[in-house]
Design a protein around this ligand. Structure first.
Ligand SMILES: [Zn+2]
Length: 364
């Protein structure tokens, strides 16, 4: 197994196409064709984590946060970022960062937080739009079923809990090939009228190359007529944050105690208690002040996130309980998620959970 094989698994869980624009995800250091000896999963790639990888014979570090974020102009070991990259290169260790691709994934960072807190009826808090595409194509009537099936098999036609969704209209297609053409049905220079089926089918944007490859491979025409459009529909399977609910509502203080225990956090900064019990909870691992309004609009009784500033707490306006549990604390179980996922997919080498606590924030 090579590095690229592990990347393929990771990108099935969290396609990079859904990472935020500001982010720097994917393979940051190393050779995608290198043979894997072991994988180490971590939240941050620090020098101590590279040391741990060397010690545990792992030549691929799968990191949540990207160690290279703004770009590197020099590589002299002057700061911790440069030293990590140098150490990784010297020791033939590859570094892959998954970050906001996993934040936006359905079974990603926020799903993990919801599970940890025992929230049910989970949904994405801020679903992404413009990630669903629509393909319209025209196939000879007797080939339509085969084409639909081929497209379904590579991931087209999934809407919520329904698979194999498509819409089909029968009609007449016309075409006349020029002298350089070689029509599958009909003859060049003669107008042909053919009974065809117009097939409309949607797919997530990261599957586009697969879908088109399948279309061209399966369709029998020399020239395949097709149209692609991007839909504005919200994608309920991709996006930042999550909202879920407790089976039973709890008082604010019990809620914060529950969060403290389950999220293994030493202290929680929070806004005023509201006068309602906590049942519906929005969560967003990492810096989540941008989602306060979305959490309020979703009807959540509380919003658990990190990196809230003084003025952010005012936005609660006694209608939601804002809880800042710490950036590291909110994302700490992400490495467990990566290990659990890769262990299911990979059996011929070890996927190791990093034991290094990379939290730069200490509490006194
Ligand atoms: Zn983070």
């Amino acid at each position: 197994m090579i590095v690229q094989d592990v990347i393929n698994h990771l990108e099935t869980l969290a396609p990079l196409a859904y990472a935020e624009d500001f982010d720097n995800v994917g393979l940051l250091v190393g050779d995608k064709n290198a043979k894997i000896t072991g994988v180490l999963a971590t939240l941050d790639t620090l020098e101590t984590v590279v040391d741990e990888a060397i010690e545990k014979n792992c030549n691929l570090i799968v990191s949540f946060h990207p160690i290279i974020f703004k770009g590197l102009k020099k590589l002299t070991g002057k700061n911790y970022v440069e030293r990590v990259v140098l150490k990784a290169i010297k020791n033939d260790i590859a570094i892959y960062a998954i970050h906001t691709a996993l934040d936006n994934a359905l079974q990603g960072v926020n799903d993990m937080i919801c599970n940890q807190l025992e929230l049910i009826n989970k949904q994405i808090l801020i679903p992404q739009s413009e990630t669903i595409k629509k393909l319209i194509t025209y196939a000879p009537k007797n080939e339509a079923e085969q084409l639909r099936t081929a497209l379904f098999n590579v991931g087209a036609g999934n809407i919520g809990n329904y698979n194999d969704c498509s819409f089909n209209i029968e009609g007449l297609g016309t075409y006349k090939g020029n002298e350089n053409s070689n029509p599958t049905i009909g003859e060049k220079d003669i107008l042909n009228t053919e009974e065809e089926t117009q097939i409309s089918i949607t797919y997530p944007k990261h599957l586009e190359s697969k879908i088109l490859k399948t279309l061209f491979k399966t369709h029998s025409y020399e020239e395949v007529a097709y149209e692609i459009t991007t839909l504005e529909n919200k994608n309920q399977n991709i996006g930042m944050g999550m909202i879920g609910e407790f089976k039973e509502a709890m008082e604010a203080s019990s809620f914060l105690n529950h969060v403290k225990t389950k999220m293994n956090t030493a202290c929680i900064r929070h806004s005023d208690f509201t006068n309602k019990p906590i049942k519906k909870v929005a969560v967003l691992g990492g810096s989540g002040s941008f989602a306060i309004q979305a959490a309020k609009a979703s009807g959540a009784d509380a919003f658990i996130t990190a990196d809230l500033k003084y003025h952010d707490f005012f936005i609660a306006e006694s209608s939601i309980l804002l809880a800042d549990i710490g950036h590291y604390e909110s994302e700490q179980f992400t490495k467990n998620l990566l290990v659990a996922y890769l262990t299911k997919k990979i059996t011929n080498f070890a996927v190791v959970l990093s034991k290094t606590n990379t939290n730069p924030v200490k509490y006194f």
